[in-house]
Design a protein around this ligand. Structure first.
Ligand SMILES: O=P(O)(O)OP(=O)(O)OP(=O)(O)OC[C@H]1O[C@@H](n2cnc3c(O)ncnc32)[C@H](O)[C@@H]1O
Ligand SMILES: [Mg+2]
Length: 328
């Protein structure tokens, strides 16, 4: 029984090793279809080591698994995968899964048994985009998926606190980050209610994206709970990426005191309402009214960070959330 896996394997990165490992652990002998130098020249946007060197690196990696394997030249996308009776499984990534389904259709038409499809999930770089040879070649990441060039993040806000929290979070996550504050965006109403909060966060994110990698919009809004009859302050974060894919996250919510709710209904923001009631200005740019009301046990920064972190969760397991492609 033979498992096949194909590719160019120009830089032997963590995604490639995951594919080869899945093949090695399939229990079968492995055949690696390695694209020829001509294929690399004609089909890839980058140069890379020649066939012999790429083959050597694959052999070096696979020899650690103690399995039988061979590396063969491949100069088409499917090689002889649709005609060989010896093959019983194929290793794919989310990007190449559809190709395997087409191979199986053609195998069945030719009266051959379909290949068992062994799918490797996206192996993500520290910026939550998949590792790829193109990105390594462009100098964005290294073979382990660490950022080499700065990750470029835009955020639409006039509030330095949101920018600081966003910068600190992405630096912890991706290392090398540049944050660009965008102040040209429509604020809609000063104090959004309910679903407007989500719409304004989304609009801010798209306004911040421009030609960057991520655009961020964070908006705190008031959500009325019919069951309790109370109004909750919740931070909503929208994150849009360079492929136009948008995800959302929300912070935990806390009950807004009645005197502030009344003023918000008259069109004030929570900060303006708090100023009228206490004489303290711009509370939203520091620990927030939540900081005061909670005697500093909860700060606005923590709610902002929580909404951003929650908005990134769907990007940490893209396939589970139904994301198939990263291509534009
Ligand atoms: O798409 P480009 O930038 O050309 O480069 P690549 O890294 O995908 O390079 P290959 O075409 O050699 O990939 C070989 C196989 O590995 C898969 N693969 C590449 N990067 C992956 C990643 O980050 N996670 C999972 N699989 C990946 C890819 O889909 C192919 O099935
Ligand atoms: Mg690829």
């Amino acid at each position: 029984m033979i498992t096949i896996v194909g590719g160019t394997f120009a830089y032997m990165h963590r995604g490639h090793r995951a594919m080869l490992r899945a093949a090695a652990e399939s229990g079968n002998e492995v055949i690696v279809g390695l694209t020829t130098d001509r294929y690399l020249r004609e089909h890839k946007a980058y140069s890379g080591p020649n066939y012999e060197e790429r083959k050597r690196r694959i052999e070096e990696f696979l020899s650690t698994f103690g399995i039988r394997f061979t590396v063969q030249p491949l100069d088409t996308q499917t090689g002889n995968s649709e005609t060989s009776e010896q093959y019983s499984a194929i290793v794919v990534s989310p990007e190449t899964q559809e190709r395997a389904m087409a191979i199986n259709k053609n195998r069945e038409r030719a009266g051959l048994r379909p290949l068992r499809i062994i799918k490797v999930p996206y192996i993500l770089a520290s910026d939550l985009f998949p590792i790829s040879s193109t990105r390594i070649y462009m100098g964005e990441i290294d073979t382990e998926g660490r950022r080499v060039s700065p990750l470029r993040v835009g955020i639409s806000t006039g509030n330095a606190l949101k920018e600081q929290v966003t910068k600190a979070f992405f630096e912890r996550m991706a290392g090398n980050v540049q944050v660009f504050r965008n102040t040209e965006y429509s604020t809609g109403s000063q104090q959004p209610m309910g679903e407007d909060t989500v719409a304004f966060a989304r609009d801010r994110a798209f306004a911040a994206l421009r030609s960057l990698d991520y655009g961020i919009g964070i908006e705190s809004g008031c959500f009325w709970s019919p069951l309790t009859g109370k109004v909750f302050d919740v931070h909503v974060c929208a994150v849009v990426d360079r492929y136009g894919y948008i995800t959302y996250g929300m912070s935990s919510g806390f009950e807004v005191p009645e005197p502030i709710v009344e003023r918000i209904k008259r069109g004030q923001t929570t900060s303006q309402a708090y100023f009228e009631l206490t004489g303290e200005e711009n509370i939203g740019n520091s620990e927030g009214i939540v900081g005061r009301l909670s005697r500093s046990s909860v700060t606005r920064a923590s709610l902002i960070e929580e909404s951003l972190r929650n908005a990134l969760i769907p990007r940490m397991d893209p396939e589970f959330y139904g994301r198939r492609r990263f291509a534009t």
